[in-house]
Design a protein around this ligand. Sequence first.
Ligand SMILES: [Zn+2]
Length: 146
Amino acid sequence: MATKPKKQKWQEIRDILLQMKEDTLREISKSLKNGADTTLIGEPSGDIYDQASSERDRELGLLLGDREREKVHAIDEALLRIDEDEYGICEECEEEIPLGRLKAMPFARHCVKCKSDLEKLQAQTKRFEEERAYREIPLGSEEEDA
Ligand SMILES: [Zn+2]
């Protein structure tokens, strides 16, 4: 499967990601308790999720908390980036993300600096939106899904 050396490089991260995804999905299915989703439990490989992924995502999307759903999504994206040799590069400044950070947070898409810049920006945007809401300026029918 992994014939490219670059993918080899991320093998450890990949394992961490798959493990994380499994754990998260297990948490989810645990919280779904008596559902018919017991197939999730005890599956050692991540492959089964790929097959059922879109259907299951839809299902999970309805039931999950945003945090879990976002986490699974972030993990999927990270795995995809590994496949496409785009993993480990900051999306903002295109610097390599330090391996230590990737191990701690394997689905990180930004280096520490850009991440904190983005968070500042998000906090500002949020504050701005709150202020707008206070002033009762209609936001229209914006639906932000992304
Ligand atoms: Zn960066």
